[in-house]
Ligand binder design. Sequence first.
Ligand SMILES: Cc1cc2nc3c(=O)[nH]c(=O)nc-3n(C[C@H](O)[C@H](O)[C@H](O)COP(=O)(O)OP(=O)(O)OC[C@H]3O[C@@H](n4cnc5c(N)ncnc54)[C@H](O)[C@@H]3O)c2cc1C
Ligand code: FES
Length: 250
Amino acid sequence: MIKALYTVIENTPLAVKTFRMVLEPTLSFRSGGEISPRGEFVHIAVPGFYLRRPLSVCDCEDGKLTVVYKVVGEGTKVLSETRVGTVLEVLTGLGRGFDLDACRQDALLVGGGLGVPPLYLLAKELKARGKKVRAVLGFNKADEIILAEEFRSVCDEVVISTADGSFGVKGFVTDALKALCPPYDYYYTCGPMVMMRAVCATLEGPGEASLEERMGCGAGFCYGCSIETKNGPRRVCKDGPVFKMEELAW
Ligand SMILES: Cc1cc2nc3c(=O)[nH]c(=O)nc-3n(C[C@H](O)[C@H](O)[C@H](O)COP(=O)(O)OP(=O)(O)OC[C@H]3O[C@@H](n4cnc5c(N)ncnc54)[C@H](O)[C@@H]3O)c2cc1C
Ligand code: FES
C-alpha cells in the first residue's frame, strides 16, 4: 500500500452525474519513486470526510490515474466539485486485481454501469498481451453510456446493451450474451451484484468478478467489508475486490 499525493488535472462530466477525474502524482512523489497501482482500486481522501472513498482505476499511464465515478452521495458530490489543481491524498497498491494469466486467448469482459471503468484498463492490458478481447457493456439508457469509444479503440468487438433499448441491444447484458454467444475461454465481470450473479448463471466456464462493498479502512484492518464465500469470510478490500467465480457464495 502506498500513500501519496495526487493533483487533479482533469475532472470533467462524461454522462449523467458521471465524471472522469485524472490524477497526476505530485512532483515530490514522482521523484521519490515508481507509481504502479497493483490492485485495481484506489482509496481517495475526500476533503471534509473521515472515511476515504474507493474508486476503481480506469486507466493508468505514466503514473497518471484515471477514475470514472458517479455522484451518489455527499462524498462523490464533493469530488465532482473538486477543481483542477487540487491535491488529494490517495492510497494505491490495494487489494487483488484481475488475473491476467487466467485467460488463454479469448477474453470476455462483461460490465454494467459504473462497473465498466476498471474493465477498460483490463482490456488494454489483455490486448497488450496479444489476447482477443470482446466486451459486452450494459447501461440503463443511452445517456448513461460511458467509455464506448475507449473500449472500441482497444477491443476486437464491443457490444452495448441498454435496458430501455435506447441504444444497442435492448435488455440486460445477459440478453446480449444469450443473443450473441461470443466465444471466450475466460470471462471477467464488474457491475451491480445482481448483474454479476446473472452473468455467472448465464456463462459457462471459468471467470472472475470484481465486487463492491462499503469500506472503512480499505486496507484489511477493520473487517468492515467482509463477505461470506465458499472458503469462509473474506475482505473485499484485501482478499478482493476480484474473486474467482467458484469462490463466491451468491
Ligand atoms: C472496490 C470498489 C470500487 C469502486 N469503484 C467505483 C467506480 O469506479 N466508480 C464509482 O462511481 N463508484 C465506485 N465504487 C463505489 C463508490 O466507492 C461509492 O459510490 C462512493 O464511495 C459513494 O460515496 P458517497 O459519499 O458519494 O456516497 P455515500 O453517502 O457514502 O452513499 C450514497 C449511496 O451509495 C451507496 N454506496 C456507497 N458506497 C457504496 C459501495 N462501496 N458499494 C455499493 N453502494 C455504495 C450507499 O449505500 C448509499 O445508498 C467502488 C466501490 C468499491 C468498493
Ligand atoms: S475496509 Fe477495512 S478490512 Fe476492508
